[in-house]
Structures are given as C-alpha cells and as structure tokens.
Write a protein that binds this ligand. Structure first.
Ligand code: SF4
Length: 127
C-alpha cells in the first residue's frame, strides 16, 4: 500500500490542460505532466483495497493497486512490469480510455476516485 493516510490528506488532482483555443492549433500533447510530488501524492491515495473493485472495472484486468504502489515507491521498473503484464498499449489507454476502473474505485464511494488512468499514462511516459 502506498501511503496509509494518503487518501485522507490529498484529494484527486489532475494535470493542467492547455487552453482549448490554442490546443486546436497543433497535434501535440495538451495535458501537462504531473510533477514528481503530484505523482507521489496521487498514487499514494490508493487504499490497496481487500476487494479492489477497480480490477473488475478494467476490461483488461489491470493489476491496479500493485502498480499504484510501485509508482508511490518510485519503483518504475516494477510499475511497468505490472502494467505491461495485462496491457500492451498503455500509451493509448492512458489517454483515451473512459476509465471504468475509476468509476469502480472504492474510494469513489465518498471521495473523488484514484486517478488511475493518469497514473497509467505516467508509468509509460516515465519508463
Ligand atoms: S478500488 Fe481504488 S482505492 Fe481500491 S485498490 Fe483500486 S484504485 Fe486503489
């Protein structure tokens, strides 16, 4: 488990997006990267649930709590190994997936869900 009190200390935070007017003038990435501190805070919000409903929500069966923890520990090699064991194209799913895992996240019962999709994207962009 990342940080036992992470979900109590930090709320969900997504990276800044480029203004719509300027992003339509190019085909480059328009979602900024997280800072290392944001990555650590957001991955640390995962509660490593005993019954992680995020697994059932993911059509690929991504092993989400384990890669969240590896990211929190900044163990990028392990995070990539865990993610790539079920997902061959995180560059795409980390950007365009509607993220049913986040809709299934237990933390979402009474708080904003863990930012699973962005964590996935951060793994493949970091490794
Ligand atoms: S359901 Fe949410 S809080 Fe629980 S293990 Fe999955 S991502 Fe973490």
């Amino acid at each position: 488990m990342g940080k036992p009190t992470g979900f109590l200390e930090k709320t969900r935070e997504m990276p800044r997006k480029e203004d719509k007017k300027s992003r339509t003038n190019h085909y480059k990435e328009f979602v900024a990267d997280w800072t290392p501190e944001q990555t650590n805070e957001q991955s640390g919000r995962c509660m490593n649930c005993g019954i992680p409903f995020c697994h059932n929500g993911c059509p690929l069966g991504n092993i989400i709590p384990e890669f969240n923890d590896a990211v929190y520990q900044q163990n990028w090699e392990d995070a990539y190994e865990i993610l790539s064991s079920t997902n061959n194209f995180p560059e795409f799913t980390g950007r365009i997936c509607p993220a049913p895992c986040e809709a299934s996240c237990v933390l979402g019962i009474n708080q904003p869900a863990v930012t699973i999709e962005q964590i996935e994207k951060t793994i493949i962009e970091t490794i």
